[in-house]
Design a protein around this ligand. Structure first.
Ligand code: ADP
Ligand code: MG
Length: 687
């Protein structure tokens, strides 16, 4: 097996499975090894029937003796095998469907561990389809950290685990591209070892070591990519002529609100750049709700006024459409008739073609879209400004692609990821930075509460009352559908439950990442128009969604989210004039969760929040909780791995200062890797 061997070369993987893998971006053996676990679980300790509590639902391992052989009935559609375990007071019924042969294993007198989900059926606790283990077999599993992967239709966790086991061998498929010296100095483990341990850790210690190595690599190559080839990074001369700054002043005067001081300052910096000597490369950092969109609009309107095209790129379809509507409304309000063009990946070929045509004909169009904006076929006539909103780092490569088309526009990157200046300089080293450190004054701070599950009925009443007053609510669940590995709330079942408990006049909607794009957009638009009052969603609403009429954010299993993420979620409410509320349902340990929440109520500074959060958690605790910064890495997290980020940056600087072109033999693998990255990235963009 090689790194680039097709996944179908793994025994047992056929065309159909390969197609399902392709949907996850997995094509080769190397790809699946780089599909890291989302988190890890440990099997629960095996307990006698009497000790599994009130059968509250959830997964249990039950240690029990087979008293009487199981009985199989041949139902009309399939065989049902039933067996009771436990004593008079506490009985548990085991049920297997289509598995009559299970009775060959379950001989009376023997003791087994039964693992499965316990539910209550007709007043009796039942475990369906339990997996049967001998005591020894279960004991060895109990200690293991088992990987949990993100999945897609047709791909199970078990399949991924088996496939990876089949591919991993002792030699390893990867070369180690990190210079020996760096590894030694920072005491980083070997790459193939890290890959093996991240999937199947021997212990928590080896897992932490593996993660450190992989996180280091992610940062190291990311920074290297920015710095290497940046030697010719002198600023480009500004080819555009921007005049009449008072045009923007006039628009500001017509806004229904006063811009904050920070917004004004930022706008002035942008205008100065756009009319200045060099092409702009600026990062705007502003917390959720600080009002970045209107800044983007004003900059783009100024471009249109000066006869230039401009584009704003959003990370999701939903956000792109939201901006499109906002921009149309603003233009209408201001009585401007600049051409506004929407261009997203989900549009049909015909719609796209029409958008391209309008672009060719409109030298001062304001273009709004997703990544489709910079694809090969888009022909700009006159592009002077490109803005990216949330999460898209507009890197060297994208700039190169535009340059190939003959453009060298002003670049503005907008981010809600609050990071201190030192880190921003590492990650966005090639940019000037504006910070919007002020939120519009009139807003009432969001009221927070953290409660346990008993409070749910009250929360639903509260949501119903808010809806009756004309407001709206979000309910966030961590999962899309029920999961065998985790006992967490899921959107699919939750919305059914809400339908039962909320008054019928309240419209419900569902939003999650597995939905088709058009569907997502439809739901989001309906929510924005208040046709839906309660939106049950996963964290897809975390970034950028703006529905000022929403006043309640209810978060299920809040203890499972990183504080920075909770902060982002909370930022979806409190965007209008009305008082807003954030209800966090704690399903974890009461004390720890309370301590964490106190941090959230004490501060609005995302970086402070993330840092305090880390102090409260132990090593290993960070698996499964991602703080989620603006730049997406597989494993690395700019908050919790800030120290590794600094170290990676220092190593990059040192290497480049000693060997600017990476010509030394020991840097050869590194240089090849960077060149390969560059090709891959360009190829990806030309889809
Ligand atoms: P973010 O910075 O998170 O992208 P938005 O640009 O979506 O924030 O702004 C959030 C809301 O605040 C919008 O409804 C916007 O109209 C409003 N807003 C922006 N600036 C101001 C301001 N200076 N005063 C009052 N409201 C504002
Ligand atoms: Mg925004």
């Amino acid at each position: 097996m090689k790194r680039d061997s097709a996944i179908t070369e793994v025994k047992g993987i056929g065309e159909k499975t390969a197609q399902a893998f392709a949907k996850m971006g997995v094509y080769t053996a190397g790809d699946i090894l780089l599909h890291f676990p989302r988190t890890y679980v440990q099997y629960p300790a095996a307990v006698p029937v009497g000790e599994i509590g009130q059968f509250a639902g959830g997964y249990y391992a039950v240690l029990a003796r087979v008293e009487r052989a199981p009985v199989t009935r041949n139902g009309s559609r399939f065989a049902v095998t039933v067996m009771n375990v436990g004593d008079g007071a506490r009985k548990l019924q085991m049920i297997w469907f289509r598995m009559p042969y299970i009775k060959n294993t379950l001989k009376p007198g023997q003791v087994f561990v039964f693992y499965g989900k316990v539910t209550v059926k007709e007043g009796r606790p039942v475990m369906e389809q339990p997996v049967v283990y001998t005591q020894e077999a279960y004991r060895s599993m109990e200690e293991q950290l088992l990987p949990v992967y993100s999945l897609t239709a047709g791909i199970t966790n078990n399949l991924i685990t088996k496939t990876i086991r089949a591919i991993l061998d002792d030699e390893g498929l990867f070369g180690d591209e990190l210079p020996q010296e760096v590894r030694r100095r920072l005491q980083l483990c070997e790459y193939n070892y890290a890959i093996k341990q991240i999937h199947f850790p021997d212990s928590m210690e080896t897992l932490i070591a593996a993660r450190k190595r992989l996180v280091f690599d992610e940062f190291f190559f990311f920074i290297m990519q920015i710095r290497y080839q940046r030697k010719n990074g002198q600023r480009e001369t500004n080819p555009f002529a921007f005049g009449e700054p008072e045009f923007v002043e006039n628009l500001i005067a017509k806004l229904p609100y006063e811009l904050t001081g920070a917004q004004r300052r930022t706008l002035a910096e942008i205008q100065e750049n756009m009319a200045g000597e060099y092409v702009m490369q600026r990062l705007i950092q502003g917390d959720v709700g600080s009002g970045k969109t209107v800044i983007a609009f004003l900059a783009m309107a100024w471009a249109a006024h000066n006869g230039y095209q401009s584009a704003i790129m959003a990370p999701t379809e939903v956000l792109a459409r939201q901006h499109y509507e906002t921009f149309q409304n603003l233009c209408e309000q201001f009585g401007l008739n600049f051409p506004i063009v929407l261009l997203t990946a989900a549009m049909t070929a015909k719609q796209k073609r029409m958008a391209y045509e309008r672009l060719e004909l409109s030298p001062n169009a304001m273009v709004i879209g997703t990544h489709a904006l910079i694809q090969e076929r888009v022909v700009y006539t006159n592009l002077a400004l490109v803005i990216t909103d949330e999460q898209h780092r507009f890197g060297v490569r994208q700039r190169e692609l535009l340059a190939k088309k003959g453009f060298c526009p002003h670049i503005l990157v907008m981010s809600a990821t609050p990071i201190p200046r030192t880190l921003a300089i590492i990650l966005y080293g090639d940019m000037d930075i504006s910070v919007i450190d002020e939120v519009p004054a009139k807003r009432l701070p969001v009221k927070n509460c953290v409660v346990d599950t008993k409070y749910r009925p009250k929360a639903y009443e509260f949501i119903a009352a808010q809806a009756a007053e004309g407001h709206q609510a979000y309910v966030i669940c961590p999962l899309v559908e029920e999961s065998e590995n985790m006992d967490l709330e899921n959107v699919t079942d939750y919305v059914k439950h809400l339908r039962e408990v909320l008054p019928p006049e309240i419209g419900l909607g569902v939003l999650h990442g597995k939905m088709k794009n058009e569907l997502k957009t439809g739901v989001m638009e309906a929510f924005a128009k208040n046709e839906i009052q309660v939106l049950v969603a996963t964290t897809v609403v975390e970034v950028g969604v703006n529905v000022p009429n929403a006043t309640v954010m209810m978060i299920e299993n809040a203890d499972r989210f990183g504080l920075a993420q909770l902060h982002q979620l909370r930022g979806r409410v409190g965007r209008g004039d009305a008082q807003s509320y954030c209800i966090m349902i704690n399903t974890g340990d009461a004390d720890t969760a309370k301590k964490r929440l106190d941090i959230l109520t004490k501060s609005n500074d995302g970086f402070f929040i993330a840092g305090e959060d880390l102090k409260l958690r132990g090593p290993g605790d960070f698996f499964g909780i991602r703080q989620s910064g603006g730049i997406q890495f597989r494993l690395a997290d700019i908050y919790q791995d800030a120290a590794v980020l600094k170290a990676a940056s220092e190593e990059c600087m040192r290497i480049l200062s000693e060997d600017e072109n990476l010509e030394r033999p020991e840097h050869e693998p590194l240089r090849r890797r960077l060149e390969q990255f560059a090709e891959e990235e360009l190829a990806n963009m030309n889809l």
